[in-house]
Design a protein around this ligand. Structure first.
Ligand SMILES: Nc1ncnc2c1ncn2[C@@H]1O[C@H](COP(=O)(O)OP(=O)(O)OP(=O)(O)O)[C@@H](O)[C@H]1O
Ligand SMILES: [Mg+2]
Length: 270
């Protein structure tokens, strides 16, 4: 077992602000599952209005972070603050309201298998708003067109390719005009061309709608394409965070290795 110094040897303490207020803050967050220490004093700020990417090796707690942001998991200690509101202190009723400001795209797209695409995308509007079917149709059709699925509304999820399912999940994540959009590995399981197209789509839709985007990925090419702010997570803490260019220029051996995808460096198979 590595000593504390060895374990956090590469954690530079460089956790740079983007120069705008943070929409989301993790403040000294600890989270364990049994003896598995996942978040170990995580301090991370994700800037308002930007596309941030959380990068890190498999199993470091990236998905666990997303679940803390929307109040699906609670820290053992520390705080998670969204737009100045402490998430763990929200009551169930407050949490329901709070979640309306998010669009979330889970790792597998998570469409309802028994609903066609149109009904999948309409679901949050029917669930959370009093809008009539005419207005819903206008919104759903616009969002489906935006992601290139204007003609696919009647298709069932199992008739779609993985890339189409991701795009449909993206359309559904956007229908409530969320202030914050969370993507858990939007690029997993896609070929490089589809990944590139999805990255373009994320950028376009962000440019058009604004809002705070948080994208989790393993894919360095995706990070190069879309990230404005990057936080590199490892062993439950930030190794380094800052504007994308600062991270790509980093001299930190771990960050260099991770962002170049090389096998030589501090990160081994473990
Ligand atoms: N609900 C849970 N109960 C117990 N352990 C959990 C739970 N959720 C996550 N874990 C553990 O927390 C650790 C981090 O998991 P997490 O899913 O956040 O990793 P990740 O960084 O998203 O990995 P990947 O890149 O492979 O998706 C793992 O060891 C996982 O087994
Ligand atoms: Mg994950």
């Amino acid at each position: 077992m590595a000593t504390v110094e060895q374990q956090f040897e590469w954690h530079s303490g460089k956790n740079r602000s983007a120069g705008v207020p943070d929409a989301i803050e993790f403040i000294d967050v600890y989270k364990s599952f049994g003896s598995n220490k996942v978040l170990q004093g995580l301090n991370m700020g994700l800037p308002e209005g930007m596309i941030s990417m959380i990068l890190g090796p498999s199993g470091t707690g990236k998905s666990v972070c997303i679940k803390h942001i929307v109040g699906l998991l609670y820290p053992d200690s520390g705080d998670v603050v969204v737009h100045g509101q402490s998430v763990p202190s929200l009551s169930d009723a407050e949490l329901f309201e709070f979640r309306r400001q998010f669009g979330v795209l889970f790792q597998d797209g998570a469409l309802f298998g028994s609903l066609n695409l149109y009904d999948n995308v309409a679901f949050p509007l029917r669930q959370h708003t009093e809008k009539g079917e005419e207005e819903i149709a206008e919104i759903v059709n616009r969002r489906l067109r935006e992601v290139g699925l204007g003609d696919a509304g009647q298709k069932m999820p199992n008739e779609l390719s993985g890339g189409m399912r991701k795009r449909a999940g993206f359309a559904r994540a956007l229908v409530l005009d969320p202030q914050i959009v969370l993507f858990d590995e939007p690029d997993s399981g896609l070929d490089p061309v589809r990944t590139a197209l999805l990255c373009e789509l994320i950028k376009e839709i962000h440019a058009e709608n604004g809002g705070t985007y948080v994208v989790i990925t393993h894919d360095i090419m995706s990070a190069r394409r879309v990230a404005e702010y990057i936080a590199v997570l490892w062993r439950g803490r930030i190794v380094e965070a800052g504007l994308a260019q600062d991270l790509f220029d980093s001299e930190n051996p771990f960050v260099k290795q991770f962002l170049s995808g090389e096998s030589a460096g501090p990160l081994g198979m473990e």
